[in-house]
Structure formats: C-alpha cells, structure tokens
Write a protein that binds this ligand. Structure first.
Ligand SMILES: C[S@@+](CC[C@H](N)C(=O)[O-])C[C@H]1O[C@@H](n2cnc3c(N)ncnc32)[C@H](O)[C@@H]1O
Length: 310
C-alpha cells in the first residue's frame, strides 16, 4: 500500500512534487496490485480517475515521508555515517535507488521473515540482483534483540550509522518499540534515526471508529495499528530512550506543507478547490477528531533523532 502511494506519486508531472521513488512502480506487478485493489491507492494505480481521499492522502503522506528521509540519508552520509540500517524495510527501494551514494557503506535491511522473503524475491525479479553491500537480517521487533541480530550480521556498533524506521512502529507492541529504540541508542554517538509515528490519541480514535476506510482494511488484513507515542510528549519520549530530537513535526503541519508540498507557483500538492482532501467522517467521528486535535500535536509525525553522547 505504501509502495503504491510512492508509485502513484512518482507519476506526478511536476518534478518538484514527484515522489522520488522511481523504482516503487517496478516492484508492483499484477500479483501485488491484485492484493491492494481493496484500497483506493491500489485502484488509483490502475484507474487514473480514482480520486478518493485515501488515494490522494496516501500519495501526499508518502511524498513528505520519502522526501524527508531521502534528504536525511544524504545529510547523514555527508556527515560521516558509514552504515545504513533500514528497519521494517518492506518494499523500501533505497538500497537500489541510492546504490552509488551507498557504495562503500554497509547496508542492512531488517524485516520479519515472511515479508523479507517476499520482498527479496520481488526485488530480484523486478530490480535485479541486490547491491553487494546489502545484507538482509530477519528480526521480529516484538521478540528479538535488534542489536544482537545486527551484530551477528556484521553490523559494527562503533561505526556511525543512519537508521530509518519508516511506517513500522505503529504495528509493534509498546515493549517492542521501546526495546528497539534502546537498541539503536547503543549505536555510535552521532548516529541518527528517522522514524515516523502516530500518537496514543490517534490509536484510541481508531479503536473507537474501526469502520473508517483504511483502518478497516488494516484490521481485516490482520495488521492493526497498536502503538502510539504519548500525545504532546513525543520529544520527552525519545529523550528518555537515549535520543536527542533534532526535528520533530507533524506530517500535516504548515511546516511540512511549506517544505514538501508547495509548488513553485504557490499551489499545494494534493489540495483540491474546496480545501485539502478529507475523509468522510460521521458527526460523532468529526467531534472525536476535533477533540483529538486539541490534545495532540501530531496525528502522524516524523522525527529525526540523534543518539545522545553518554
Ligand atoms: C507499512 S510497512 C512499511 C514498509 C517500509 N518501511 C515502507 O515505508 O515502505 C510495515 C513494515 O513493518 C514490518 N513489521 C511490522 N511489524 C513488525 C515486527 N514485529 N517485526 C519486524 N517487522 C515488522 C512489516 O514486515 C513491513 O515491512
């Protein structure tokens, strides 16, 4: 689904608003497209007239996410990172897309066994042999010790590292999230992590309104969102676990819109004549969403964090 959001965004005519993941579409063959036809973003790839909120919303969110992480990856390498760990990699294409930039670095893709086997098969078929510096590591964030698995695979904790944990922590139980973060906090000082997240309030909202389109699908697919950061205390949460927040912002904030979604002529990517794309909410859900907006700084946020020098 998220790869479909990137593939859809990569078709954008305006290069400044185009999702940089030019390889996402190649990963989505007929089999993969069939799996996501229930979601508007899956249908949008085969039917350009599909304009449901969820299709546009997914493309908008992926554009912010992809641009931000690509930017931070370049900065981390320019700043001396020599290892790159992609946690919960799914259909992430950066090991291929940035093959030249990553030449000379060790790259690790970490994921659960089933998803990783599928991705490896699909990537090999669609994109060719994996870059020789890429190592696949199988980890269940709810059960396994991340650092032990990485070290067994050749990761060196003394080397400055760039980690990404994109679109993953919401699927992991709280203990798995905190343990995984603690593991990354053991990396060499100056290492950085970029991760996105939702908040506890947003999780509660989803539990209260499980019938809402995309959430219903996630539940049906057996992949519910379960973890959210404490509302309004995201920075403190990261600090307690050994990170110094560098940038923390909501995907739907003015800052995100300005940085990643505003075209040269001032118009905004994904915005329609009547305002931004919005989900169809019942009056009850609208009231709950308004309450949530009061207490939460981010329904969905993204953060760049540095390992604290202890
Ligand atoms: C929505 S996908 C995101 C994939 C990719 N990072 C991206 O943004 O395109 C969620 C990923 O998290 C992984 N994941 C979820 N729970 C996990 C767990 N407990 N242990 C390991 N991986 C997990 C899934 O296998 C999947 O690859």
């Amino acid at each position: 689904m998220v790869a479909a959001g990137r593939a859809f965004g990569a078709r954008e005519a305006d290069p400044a608003m185009r999702n940089p993941d030019s390889l996402a579409e190649k990963l989505l063959g007929p089999e993969e497209l069939a799996l996501i036809q229930q979601h508007p973003i899956g249908r949008a790839l085969t039917n350009p007239t599909e304009s449901a909120y969820e299709a546009v919303g997914t493309a908008v969110m992926m554009l912010v996410r992809t641009k931000f992480i690509d930017e931070k990856l370049r900065q981390a390498i320019a700043g001396g990172a020599r290892q790159y760990v992609i946690l919960g990699a799914g259909f992430d294409t950066r090991a291929y897309r940035f093959a030249d930039l990553l030449d000379g670095l060790r790259v690790f893709e970490v994921d659960s066994g089933a998803t990783q086997s599928y991705k490896r098969r699909r990537a090999e078929a669609a994109l060719g042999s994996p870059p020789s510096n890429l190592t696949y590591v199988t980890v269940d964030f709810n059960r396994d010790k991340l650092m032990e698995a990485l070290v067994r695979a050749g990761f060196d904790p003394a080397i400055k590292t760039f980690f990404t944990w994109e679109g993953v922590c919401m699927y992991v139980a709280e203990e798995g999230v905190t343990e995984t973060l603690r593991a990354m906090a053991q990396a060499a000082p100056g290492s950085t992590l970029v991760m996105d997240y939702t908040t506890r309030g947003a999780i509660d909202f989803m539990m209260q309104f499980p019938e809402l389109g995309p959430l219903k699908l996630l539940n049906e697919w057996g992949e519910p969102w379960v973890f959210g950061l404490p509302d309004g205390q995201e920075r403190e949460f990261f600090e307690t676990l050994g990170f110094e927040p560098r940038e923390v912002f909501s995907m739907f904030s003015k800052e995100a819109v300005q940085r990643y979604l505003t075209r040269a002529d001032g118009t905004i990517f994904g915005m329609r004549a009547g305002g931004p794309p919005r989900p169809q909410l019942s009056p009850e859900a609208q009231a709950a969403a308004a309450e949530l907006a009061k207490k939460s700084s981010a329904f969905y946020g993204i953060a760049e964090l540095t390992v604290t020098v202890s």
